[in-house]
Design a protein around this ligand. Structure first.
Ligand code: FE2
Ligand code: FE2
Ligand code: FE2
Ligand code: FE2
Length: 467
């Protein structure tokens, strides 16, 4: 603990200084802060492996911050390796510094990921991952200045929202976990755009990219933030989906992992591919700075907050280093790429009202060619490029539909957590979200769902009488 304390003493304490002065966050220009020097950032094993939170006590949004920051560090680490693999015209000392940065990202990643509780099951963590996706994407959509990017966020949002619902069925059946044990009443759990309809032709998933010369830094940071989260979600399912014996659950992990792969494709395609590696390096560090800044401001767990603060100081140091490289190699001002103000990319808070609005309005939206969208299923042509993909993948059955068939035997109906108003709309949302074509044979159709709901109500009344 003493070593950790000494480590804190060397920090610049930027946020604390600002808060004491009562300055508004928008006056904070990360490029003007020196941050922690790189040579002081290497930590020992004791510092790297932090004390994990207790899964019974942790606030759900502390967990979402921990999950998201792990994803951002994985991306930060991976990027340094890509940089050194692809960049030939960089001095050996600069290459070494990029490599040193990668090592620090790797240490930070361990700390973030290993804050997670050892007894938190894969399914419980999975519900946390999908809560990140829903509440983060909903926040980003409402704070995104580019209309097209916002539409893409809203589109992805309804898919992760449905993933949360499918996994919640298994958490209940396999481990007796209620959705609110994890999402703590902050996020609704109910059918979204059905997962079987998330499988698309790759060509359609590639969206229109922003123009790096006109896009705002907010847009760039928003995209890199959600992209990092989606990539890590994909990786988590890839590494953990096999850890259950239930074959339908394993297949469901495979199915949803494949959708996360599409989400990575979709979000990365929004980025201007002509960005240079130095521009990307700046954006990566800036995104880390902005996210840790927000985590620090929002965190309620005092122990975990210390890590957000120290990592913010480290990231300010990273930003300084790559900003100097940017000036040296590109002879431009870093503000051209990232602006001069901090950005808030990940304010975790309940987004129920916004998500319900998008759900009711856009559950029938689908991808169209040239980066456009069909606003209604009826507009899709018969030769839509995603139909063959969906037909092939679900030719035996759709695992994400099987889970609703299975839950009927456990609970008479699906597990849903939402207010009465939204619950009453579930069947009509399903009706609106289901396609007519390329529908798996084992699909729970709206009339079947209605029967399940009615039967469940009847049985609940019977149970009350018996008690
Ligand atoms: Fe980092
Ligand atoms: Fe998802
Ligand atoms: Fe996703
Ligand atoms: Fe970094």
């Amino acid at each position: 603990m003493k070593i950790l304390k000494n480590f804190y003493i060397i920090r610049l304490n930027v946020i604390s200084k600002l808060l004491q002065k009562g300055e508004h966050i928008m006056t904070f220009n990360p490029l003007e802060e020196k941050g922690m020097p790189l040579e002081k950032q290497l930590r020992n094993w004791h510092q790297i492996v932090a004390k994990p939170y207790k899964k019974q006590l942790v606030d759900c949004y502390t967990r979402t911050r921990q999950i998201l920051m792990n994803g951002i560090e994985v991306e930060g680490w991976g990027f340094k390796h890509q940089f050194n693999r692809f960049m030939s015209e960089v001095d050996s000392e600069d290459k070494a510094n990029i490599s040193r940065l990668g090592r620090i990202e790797n240490q930070q990643q361990m700390t973030c990921n290993w804050l997670g509780a050892a007894d938190q099951s894969v399914l419980e963590t999975t519900l946390g991952y999908e809560q990140v996706a829903v509440d983060l994407t909903a926040w980003l959509a409402q704070n995104e200045p580019d209309k097209y990017v916002k539409e893409t966020f809203n589109f992805g949002l309804l898919e992760d929202f449905d993933h949360l619902y499918r996994y919640a069925q298994f958490a209940y059946m396999t481990e007796g976990v209620e959705p609110n044990d994890i999402v703590q009443n902050q996020t609704d759990v109910i059918v979204g755009r059905p997962t079987q309809h998330h499988h698309n032709c790759n060509g359609l998933r590639i969206r229109k990219h922003y123009d790096k010369t006109t896009a705002s830094p907010q847009t760039k940071v928003n995209i890199l933030t959600v992209l990092s989260g989606e990539q890590q979600t994909h990786n988590f399912y890839a590494e953990h989906g096999f850890m259950y014996g239930d074959h339908v659950l394993r297949e469901t992990y495979a199915e949803i992992k494949d959708v996360e792969e599409e989400h990575v494709t979709m979000y990365e395609s929004l980025i201007d591919p002509s960005e240079t590696m130095f521009e990307k390096a700046l954006l990566h560090e800036f995104t880390e700075v902005c996210n840790y800044y927000t985590c620090f401001e929002d965190e309620t767990d005092e122990e975990i907050k210390k890590y957000w603060e120290i990592f913010l100081d480290m990231e300010l140091g990273h930003l300084q280093l790559v900003a100097e490289m940017f000036k040296k190699y590109e002879k431009r001002d870093p503000e051209e790429v990232i602006g001069s103000e901090i950005i808030i990319p990940c304010r975790f808070q309940s987004q129920k009202a916004y998500v319900q609005k998008i759900l009711e309005k856009e559950v029938d939206k689908r991808l169209a060619p040239e980066g456009e969208y069909y606003n209604k299923i009826d507009e899709i042509p018969n030769d839509w490029a995603s139909y063959p993909v969906q037909e092939r993948l679900a030719e035996i059955s759709a695992p994400s539909e099987n889970c609703i068939n299975l839950i009927e035997t456990y609970h008479d109906r699906d597990i849903v957590e939402a207010n009465e108003n939204l619950k009453n709309k579930e069947v009509s949302i399903l009706e609106k979200g289901l396609q007519k074509k390329a529908v798996a044979h084992n699909t729970v159709m709206p009339d079947k769902l209605q029967k399940m709901i009615d039967y469940h109500e009847e049985r609940e009344k019977q149970k009350e009488e018996i008690i």
